[in-house]
Write a protein that binds this ligand. Structure first.
Ligand code: ADP
Ligand code: MG
Length: 323
């Protein structure tokens, strides 16, 4: 069991950002409207995620750290058709196998919480404690018992870069959730959680950038698209910053990224890149999680149509602006 957890951990927990991803996704799934993320030393010393969501019942806290324990019904996840179910209920036991984890969770606002401490997969303490409603997960000393893995970690700045990049994109995908990200005592992000995506863009990329965004909107029998793309004069010389969201979830998609860039480059020099946040809604049967849910990659069943639609929507929006 211990070994199985360490093997699973290698799949799920590649680096500190993977822990942040799993914990924050759980907080979102729990319906949290405020999510506070605190990190120290690129996440290797400390990752703490506090939410005000549904919490975990006292008698289920320990179970949540066992393999394949998931309270989530398939329907909850049917925003996409999930091609591989192998990674459901793997995150918490995998993280607990390679770190020191403290979980405090209260399912009600009566102040009663359950606390569980697990180190290297072994429960070292459990019992009741007082806490506000929600879940508070603290992960310390990541990879302390897997030195080979620890050796592969890059600089603190690199690990932090992966974490902040991911949190920024989740914040962009969930403008209705108030996110806070702190690293070594510095506030890196704070979003209002009022549903206004442009305010999240301002929090992530700065107010000037937010002011220079064009609204995108498009309709299609199978898809609806909305979002923002930077005005041509504001584009960057090289770096791309494209965030793609499908059915409310941040995903990575070469097809969508290419469609945006192709539309952009029919009008603008090839060495300039836009900043864009694009949200597309579609029927769940039109999108599959491709191979590995933790990699966030998806496959669209009508990809050529989708590409054409996205490309045309972006092109038309930019053409209106430049003429
Ligand atoms: P999965 O998310 O695939 O169900 P996890 O290992 O990430 O698997 O979590 C196991 C279970 O622990 C979840 O199904 C959920 O019941 C519970 N859980 C984890 N984090 C939270 C949280 N922040 N709030 C409420 N419940 C949580
Ligand atoms: Mg999870």
């Amino acid at each position: 069991e211990q070994l199985a957890n360490q093997i699973a951990a290698g799949e799920v927990v590649e680096r500190p950002a993977s822990v942040v991803k799993e914990l924050v996704e759980n907080a979102i799934d729990a319906g949290g409207t405020a999510i506070e993320i605190t990190v120290a030393e690129g996440g290797l010393d400390l990752i703490r995620v506090v939410d005000n969501g549904a919490g975990i019942e006292a008698e289920e806290v320990a179970t949540a750290f066992q393999r394949h324990a998931t309270s989530k019904l398939l329907e909850d996840r049917e925003l996409f058709r999930i091609a591989s179910l192998g990674f459901r209920g793997e995150a918490l036991p995998s993280i607990a196998a390679v770190a020191r984890v403290e979980c405090v969770s209260a399912p009600q606002s009566d102040g009663l919480a359950q606390r569980l401490v697990i180190e290297g997969g072994r429960v070292v303490s459990a019992g009741p404690i007082g806490a506000p409603q929600g879940t508070d997960m603290t992960v310390r000393d990541l990879f302390y018992n897997t030195p080979a893995r620890l050796k592969y970690m890059k600089s603190i700045q690199t690990e932090l870069g992966h974490i902040s990049d991911y949190v920024y994109r989740l914040a962009l995908a969930h403008p209705g959730i108030a996110f806070s990200l702190r690293h070594n005592g510095n506030q890196l992000l704070r979003t209002p959680g009022n549903g206004d995506r442009l305010q999240v863009i301002a929090a992530v990329y700065g107010t000037n950038t937010a002011r220079g965004m064009l609204a995108l909107e498009g309709e299609h029998p199978d898809y609806d698209l909305r979002g923002f793309i930077s005005k041509p004069e504001l584009t960057r010389a090289s770096r791309t910053a494209l965030t793609t969201i499908v059915n409310g979830r941040y995903i990575r998609s070469f097809a969508l990224t290419q469609s945006i860039l192709q539309a952009y480059h029919t009008l603008l020099p090839i060495n300039r890149y836009p900043l864009a946040v694009l949200e597309i809604g579609m029927h769940p049967s039109l999108v599959d999680v491709n191979v590995h849910p933790s990699k966030l990659e998806v496959r669209f069943s009508k990809e050529p149509e989708l590409r054409a639609f996205v490309q045309e929507t972006v092109r038309a929006c930019l053409a209106r602006q430049t003429h």
